[in-house]
Design a protein around this ligand. Sequence first.
Ligand SMILES: Cc1ncc(COP(=O)(O)O)c(C=O)c1O
Length: 341
Amino acid sequence: MSKNIDWSNLGFGYMETEKRFVSNFKNGAWDEGTLTGDSTVTISECAGVLQYAQTVFEGLKAYTTEDGKVVCFRPDLNASRLADSCRRLEMPVYPEDKFIEAVVKTVEANIDYVPPYGSGATLYIRPYMFGSNPVIGVKPADEYQFRVFVTPVGPYFKGGVKPITIRVCDFDRAAPHGTGHIKAGLNYAMSLHAIVDAHNQGYDENMYLDAATRTKVEETGGANFIFITKDGKLVTPKSDSILPSITRRSLMVVAEKYLGMEVEHREVYFDEVKDFAECGLCGTAAVISPVGKIVDHGKEICFPSGMEEMGPTIKKLRDTLTGIQMGHIEAPEGWIKVIRE
Ligand SMILES: Cc1ncc(COP(=O)(O)O)c(C=O)c1O
């Protein structure tokens, strides 16, 4: 029985559900892992995660398709991205097949929290790992905990999709050869001041530029950029210091294979941005959020798509990808993981 939740009025927040998955790494090996009803974590006051921020995470969604299946989207890519994040922070990799199993088990154990089809809400899935034993000298922990919890979240766009205004940010997000390409908590801690400041100045998001030259577009604090050229190509920034968004990688396939568009994955100079026809931010939460305006220290770039509606090409991309996710459009092999038939 679906929980009695007002799905369409949910925000993007945490709600405790019944079960979560927990596995511990000790003496060089992961245990079998188990589901637990305990939503709290008890660790040493000196745990590696608390002292030196040794923690990585993922984010994906489960949702109900039109024909009533519960599915999630490309969890294998979350598994491999978490493994990459772990390797960069000297953490043990959680086996990729076990990652998918843990996601499936956690969703199954909380199946009543999966929002119904058409509500716009989804079940957000948060796998994460942290160093759990005491570490006082700066070094990797020896013991780790991997957990997966889920929480129902509301429709990302309530009352229609409105283009947002972003600013070019004076803070840098990621150093060259740093950790910008992995999903580590530390990348988000350092973005908090920049986003609070952006909001205080009346902007919805920050556009980060490359830290070395400040001439190239990187990403925002939580999404990759896509641009549409006036002749209908998809252009998306390539950089070693941005997170390889699963949504962006999927949109590149959708653009090329489903919509017959040309796709360019390359360095994008900020100077080129004024010439694009459409701009969007892509990520698991919103699929694509349209950007209407970018402000660079008082200079405004206003996209021809305007501040009222999503541009036509970005809308087509978004409709096609959500159609694939919801089961109206046939998905490429392996993109949809069915959790409940
Ligand atoms: C920094 C950053 N970039 C991009 C993304 C979008 O990635 P994905 O499409 O895999 O959700 C996210 C969200 O996970 C993010 O945190």
